[in-house]
Design a binder for this molecule. Structure first.
Ligand SMILES: Cc1ncc(COP(=O)(O)O)c(C=O)c1O
Length: 427
């Protein structure tokens, strides 16, 4: 990129990429190889000892993945990134780097159901304890902090409710206690919200959603904000103590403001192995090239659909932060003035049965468990994505029994509304 300060759309197309030095290929090639030949034995030793950066084996690093990582780091304003096989894999690697058995972390109660499940059940096997705070009440996070608290986790824009979180207020709590704030930015994407600018320390994504954007490839990514002092408290030994497997290197000392991304790669990805395939990395980086165009269209369509639903006689309520009378509209205006995202919920009069019928009658909308596709998608979270939660947890997560979740696509908005109209007529 020739500009010193490229704009978001320029970075979405160019960051991390250049014509292939060997062939001149302009699109980033898919380096579909497991391993990379060493120049000589000294080169191999330097790579394995972390004295030199370079490709060894695709489980740890690959040139197609590297372009994706550099691009997302640039879009989020971070120092480095690590791509993974899925969003959940990224979360596992983050917590593996931060937590020791018996440690705890605090998470907002308004999260994707799979994350509530991962934190509340799967992480118990590692003896990592989650404590749930009220996403709308920053002081509820502070009340849960003790000497074994190692992180705070929130979603910038919560799935499925589509509500914005006060990142700066929660970042202030985290900073006061010397704890990193992790923000899942999947639903907003950096086009709408850049959490690092509001005090977050680590950003995580499911790239499977709006970033890839076409519903065809799984991926996740961890972005290192570069500002957290991993050595100060002694609470993050993976970063602040010598690593026996790398001849006593202290990762924070050696790698400075991108030590967290390195630790996730060389201690987490290397040993647990959830690497993204080069093909998926290629698909997702191609999707990211049109992120600004798609996201704006998603937001514009979603606002028009929400306004239309709000006036419909068979609709009980609509919860979309972009509506001027929505209780979350103030946070949306503050954190995401370009739009309120494409995922929101509403209730049909007639509750559970009417909602089920609506989902079954829609034709343009696909009934499935995903968000952030070019296509319009619909689901009933209580019987699917949030099924494993108690009714109390479902309601707290914005996924109660009467809730329908839409992920509004980029089709012509008149066709999206026509589909909802015919389906509501049959309810
Ligand atoms: C907000 C959010 N975070 C994380 C995930 C998990 O991502 P993945 O399915 O790529 O593992 C999802 C998946 O729906 C999500 O919506």
């Amino acid at each position: 990129m020739s500009s010193e300060n490229p704009g978001f759309s320029t970075m979405a197309v160019h960051a991390g990429a250049a014509p292939d030095p060997t062939t001149g290929a302009r699109a980033t090639p898919i380096y579909q190889t497991t391993s990379f030949a060493f120049r000589d034995a000294d080169h191999a030793a330097a790579l394995f000892g972390l004295q030199e950066f370079g490709n060894i084996y695709t489980r740890i690093m690959n040139p197609t993945q590297a372009v994706l990582e550099e691009r997302v780091a640039a879009l989020e304003g971070g120092t480095a990134a690590l791509a993974t096989a899925s969003g959940h894999a990224a979360q596992l690697l983050i917590f593996h780097t931060l937590m020791r058995p018996g440690d705890n972390f605090i998470a907002a109660n308004r999260l994707y159901g799979g994350s509530i499940n991962q934190f509340g059940h799967a992480f118990k096997s590692f003896d990592w304890q989650v404590r749930w705070a009220d996403a709308f009440n920053p002081s509820s996070f502070e009340a849960l902090i003790d000497e074994r608290t190692r992180a705070i986790f929130i979603e910038s824009l919560a799935n499925p409710a589509g509500t914005f979180t006060d990142i700066a207020a929660i970042a202030a709590v985290a900073q006061k206690h010397g704890i990193p704030l992790i923000v899942d930015n999947t639903m907003a994407t950096p086009y709408l919200v850049r959490p690092l600018e509001h005090g977050a320390d680590i950003v995580v994504h499911s790239l499977t959603k709006f970033m890839g954007g076409h519903g065809n490839s799984m991926g996740g990514i961890i972005v290192d904000g570069g500002a957290f002092d991993w050595s100060k408290s002694g609470n993050y030994p993976m970063l602040s103590e010598p690593r026996p497997e790398y001849a006593g290197i202290v990762l924070h000392q050696t790698f400075g403001n991108f030590a967290f991304a390195i630790a996730c790669r060389v201690l987490g990805l290397r040993d647990f192995g959830p690497s993204i395939s080069p093909f998926n990395a290629f698909m997702i980086q191609t999707g990211i090239e049109t992120l600004p165009l798609r996201m704006q269209r998603h937001c514009d369509n979603a606002l028009a659909v929400a306004e239309w639903l709000k006036k419909h006689e068979k609709v009980a309520w609509v919860s979309y932060s972009g509506l001027s009378d929505d209780p979350n509209n103030g946070l949306q205006q503050r954190y995401s003035p370009k739009g309120a995202g494409a995922v929101f919920t509403f209730g049909v009069k007639g509750g559970y049965e009417a909602g089920k019928k609506l989902v079954e009658t829609l034709k343009l909308f696909s009934h499935l468990a995903n968000i952030g596709d070019t296509r319009s998608l619909v689901i009933h979270p209580a019987s699917t994505t949030h099924r494993q939660l108690s009714e109390e947890q479902q309601i707290a997560a914005g996924a109660g029994p009467d809730v329908i979740r839409l992920s509004v696509g980029i089709e012509d908005v008149k066709d999206i509304i026509a589909d909802l109209d015919q389906a509501l007529a049959g309810v």
